[in-house]
Design a binder for this molecule. Sequence first.
Ligand SMILES: Nc1ncnc2c1ncn2[C@@H]1O[C@H](COP(=O)(O)OP(=O)(O)O)[C@@H](O)[C@H]1O
Ligand SMILES: [Mg+2]
Length: 338
Amino acid sequence: MAAMEQPTITSAYRSVGVTFDSLVFKSAVMRECLRLAASAAARDVAVLLLGETGTGKNLIAQSIHNASPRARGPFVSVNCSAIPDSLLEAELFGAEKGAYTSSDRLRKGKFELADKGTLFLDEIGDMSPQSQAKILRAFEYKEFERVGGESTLHADVRIIAATNRPLEDLLNSGKFRTDLFYRLNEFTIHVPPLRSRREEIRPLAERFVVECNERLGTKVKGLDAEALAKLEGHPWPGNVRELRAVIKRGCVSAQGEIIRARDLLLTLAPDTGKLLPAAPLSGDLSLAALEKKHIEQVLTQTGWSKKESSQLLGISRPTLDRKIQEYGLIRPSSARDE
Ligand SMILES: Nc1ncnc2c1ncn2[C@@H]1O[C@H](COP(=O)(O)OP(=O)(O)O)[C@@H](O)[C@H]1O
Ligand SMILES: [Mg+2]
């Protein structure tokens, strides 16, 4: 990766999979985030990744592992929010044969499987305090027991945890144990949301176009200016994951080699983060009527700033002027001057 110091230890050990080199980044905030991640990789500290959904936490966790001295060991991932609490203990620590009525054989847990490697605890904010207590012990003393097991087992595991929840809220409400938090907090990295690194939207979009061409056989060359403006004006509550899905759909639905604004289906209203109101099932149901209403709302929201509105709407300034005329929208006298 460009302007970032590489942990020297890594290259010889780098295993197949995601590495820092495979991440797209351009902004200063992301460069700093990845610099921290790379420096954590070289040391055997626990890492806590905080950031909204879709910001790249999984990728960063894998990159840290692959850049660490444990790269030749396993990278084992557990999605804590996907497993009911009653099963989490067995999932993490394993279960002896017969521990459950249905278990006719011994099952190793993720801790054991991650021995000499990295255990990635995804969505750790969704774990119950009881499970957190068990994790803490395994974590601090590197020992645990399988469910239904007598003997204490050991595993040498490096932990990377991630959550998209605001940890402060979880700590204040007692949903997250402070002792576990302090243990995990050895090295916390904030992964910034996409809307605070908009200069990355374009290179990411281009990367995803290439990816779609390779994987889906589409033949897209790029995006036109209006399409790009539309992407750059969107709030991206689903962050990079949402962008990837939008581009994928755009590649498939594009007529020709260029993705146009109309090929990009954004499900959330620009900059409000709220769902677009469903069209009422009475009155004028045409798309034009909805478009008129939407443009009117955006103009009102921006105090009739055409510059801001055209950006939010993802259309050019002349297109906006044309639509204002076409729909007979009138600027109220109370609107601020541009
Ligand atoms: N910097 C990046 N470069 C390339 N792809 C990215 C980047 N950040 C995220 N992605 C892609 O976005 C999607 C979501 O990333 P992921 O790591 O799963 O996010 P999170 O774990 O924070 O929800 C994945 O498909 C991932 O490949
Ligand atoms: Mg994730």
